[in-house]
Design a binder for this molecule. Structure first.
Ligand SMILES: Cc1cc2nc3c(=O)[nH]c(=O)nc-3n(C[C@H](O)[C@H](O)[C@H](O)COP(=O)(O)O)c2cc1C
Length: 196
């Protein structure tokens, strides 16, 4: 990989790699999201990329979940994509902001009804007694809405990771892998090659 073949804007480059990953890999939009609590203790989990533009990378979740609580206290995150079939990894680091309810609603309306009911039913990341409690909460949500539209819960929405660093990693069989990192500066994105 020659860093001069990469786009000047890392978001444009990420869009290009994502398009290739979607054609080659199952679940290309899955990314590891790392957050940390106020003591600096990290936690990580998979989420799905649901939006990407010049502003950043968007995922959706429950705002009372562990990740949301950590982001409320410490609004910084790291994301990692790994596309095994392409030998590619992308690392993103940045600050995190809540996506407004109008924008969350646009995505919400694309979710199947059962997924919307499940979002209402699940007190994500909180202990529950057993599977039966989850089934009961789901039935409660079904009863609450009946045949009516299942509206956006006030406790659910999007988060946007606004990148200040994006690194592209490409496997090489000789293990001298390519790494190119972009960092945001006052004058735009700076690009540098890192040792593997
Ligand atoms: C492939 C994959 C995709 C996932 N996507 C999401 C997602 O987009 N949003 C979400 O809230 N949880 C998603 N999950 C579940 C999370 O990994 C996690 O279990 C959940 O969000 C609770 O995390 P927390 O307790 O750290 O907040 C996904 C899990 C997998 C395996």
């Amino acid at each position: 990989m020659d860093e001069h073949d990469l786009a000047d804007d890392p978001i444009v480059q990420l869009e290009a790699w994502l398009a290739e990953a979607r054609a080659a890999c199952p679940q290309a939009d899955a990314m590891t999201l790392a957050t940390a609590d106020l003591q600096g203790r990290p936690s990580a989990r998979q989420v799905l990329l649901r939006g990407l533009d010049a502003r950043g990378l968007v995922f959706f979740t429950n705002r009372t979940s562990r990740k949301a609580e950590e982001l409320a206290g410490n609004p910084r995150a790291a994301l990692v994509f790994h596309w095994w079939e392409l030998g590619r990894q992308v690392r993103v680091e940045g600050s995190v902001e809540e996506v407004g309810s109008a924008e969350s609603d646009v995505y919400w309306s694309t979710r199947p009804r059962a997924s919307r009911l499940a979002a209402w039913a699940s007190p994500q990341s909180h202990p529950i007694a057993d599977r039966g409690e989850l089934d009961r909460l789901y039935a409660e949500a079904e009863g609450k809405f009946g045949a009516a539209p299942v509206t956006l819960p006030p406790f659910w929405g999007g988060y946007r990771v606004v990148p200040d660093s994006i690194e592209f990693w490409l496997h090489r069989d000789d293990r001298l892998h390519d790494r190119v990192r972009y960092r945001r500066s006052h004058s735009g994105w700076l690009r540098e090659r890192l040792a593997p």
